[in-house]
Write a protein that binds this ligand. Structure first.
Ligand SMILES: *Cc1c(COP(=O)(O)O)cnc(C)c1O
Length: 391
């Protein structure tokens, strides 16, 4: 009796097949014999063994993102930071030096400045919009440069062409975190990147319900090193999250295009409102990297915009309170519009002076524009900004 409960019941036969990708949560995979298992480990036959080393839902998702990025053999891991960690820890060793963009994602910066030094890996930060500044930060032992295509939250556009040239001439690896731009905006491998990283959590999965990352490398030896590091550290992605993200990807192009169109229109609307000091959107003529944005991204400015209202923290509080339908949450890439306030979240650890030097005041907001009707967004933002100006 108990035996029949404990043994797995076979999956029912069916001459028809499921249309949707199955969800496979199995941690282990049974092989037929030691010979077969040997052949699997030796890579002579394809077979899964243990989910930390790989599972079908991660493979399916990785292949889909590979196709978008023009990559081969990309790896899906448990978060965007898992992807950054696997790339940095898998490819750098004691004595190496890494140059990072000075506006990198906060945790990537932290890894570079707080964690890598404990492993004997040096770092320098440089303005990623200026290849000469990056060049000046290089050392003989520089092994990698890590940049983000478009930076957070001031949406500065990296000089990816200049930096890629530099990296190629000096034999330095160029790693690009393409989370904000997505392959729909730009494919870093087309510009000479060696490694591409994503927080799949954001726009690719797109529904703020799965935490995942992706990392791909051009060179198969680098792929192997990153895979081994991720497997050793246990950066495994949950099969269910992979399944959700794959489902999210079916509508990625539609979501992205709509959100981008909304963002461009919302930016235009905000720029004309009284009380708005400035609007940052890469393809706007007043953006500091306007020409580069047009050259690299075409007219594709993405779904992210930032703006600044007059009036400091009181105005900022009034603004979010007057827009309860727009989630005030420190994330991005959800299907719905979200609003974040760097001074109280991602950049709270910075002194007010260094925030000011980066153009991030108490009235500074970042918007991840979603796919709502543009008229709704315009009316909600108008009301919120009016409330801010009255505060
Ligand atoms: C969110 C984010 C990350 C980290 O991703 P998680 O999935 O949250 O770990 C890395 N880089 C950028 C640019 C991000 O926006």
């Amino acid at each position: 009796m108990t035996d029949t409960l404990v043994r797995r019941t076979p999956w029912p036969d069916s001459v028809s097949r499921a249309v949707v990708t199955p969800l496979q949560p199995s941690v282990v995979y049974a092989s037929e014999s030691p010979d077969e298992l040997d052949a699997q480990y030796a890579g002579q036959v394809q077979g899964y063994t243990y989910a930390r080393e790989g599972h079908p839902n991660a493979t399916v998702l990785a292949q889909k993102i590979d196709a978008l990025e023009g990559a081969t053999g990309g790896l899906v891991v448990g978060s965007g930071m898992a992807a950054v960690s696997a790339a940095l820890l898998g490819l750098l060793k004691s004595g190496d030096h890494i140059v990072g963009g000075n506006q990198l994602y906060g945790r990537s910066l932290r890894m570079m400045t707080q964690d890598l030094p404990r492993f004997g890996i040096g770092h320098s930060l440089a303005d990623q919009t200026d290849a000469a500044a990056v060049e000046a930060a290089l050392r003989p032992e520089t092994r990698m440069i890590l940049i983000e295509t478009v930076s957070n939250p001031t949406l500065r556009v990296a000089d990816i062409e200049g930096i890629a040239r530099l990296a190629r001439d000096r034999g330095i690896l160029l790693a690009v975190d393409n989370t904000f731009t997505t392959p729909r905006g730009l494919r870093p491998f087309d510009f000479g990147a060696d490694i591409v990283i994503h927080s799949v959590t954001k726009l690719l999965a797109g529904h703020a319900d799965a935490t995942l990352g992706y990392v791909a490398a051009r060179n198969p030896d680098h792929r192997r090193a990153i895979y081994d590091m991720a497997t050793t550290l246990g950066l495994t992605a949950s099969p269910f999250d992979c399944w959700l993200a794959e489902r999210g990807l079916y509508s990625f192009a539609l979501r992205y295009d709509r959100a981008e169109e909304n963002a461009a229109r919302l930016a235009e609307h905000l720029a004309a409102l009284p009380g708005v000091r400035r609007v940052i959107y890469p393809t706007r003529p007043d953006h500091p990297d306007h020409n580069r944005a047009i050259g690299l991204l075409g007219r594709r400015g993405g779904n992210m915009l930032s703006f600044e209202v007059e009036g400091g923290r009181a105005a900022a509080n009034a603004l979010t309170r007057a827009a309860p339908q727009i989630a005030f949450a420190p994330t991005l890439g959800d299907i719905g519009t979200t609003l974040s306030h760097p001074a109280s979240s991602s950049h709270r650890g910075m002194s007010a002076e260094s925030r000011a030097a980066n153009g991030i005041s108490e009235g500074f907001f970042r918007v991840s524009v979603g796919v709502e009707e543009i008229e709704l967004l315009i009316s909600e933002f108008s009301a919120a900004i009016e409330a801010a100006t009255r505060a």
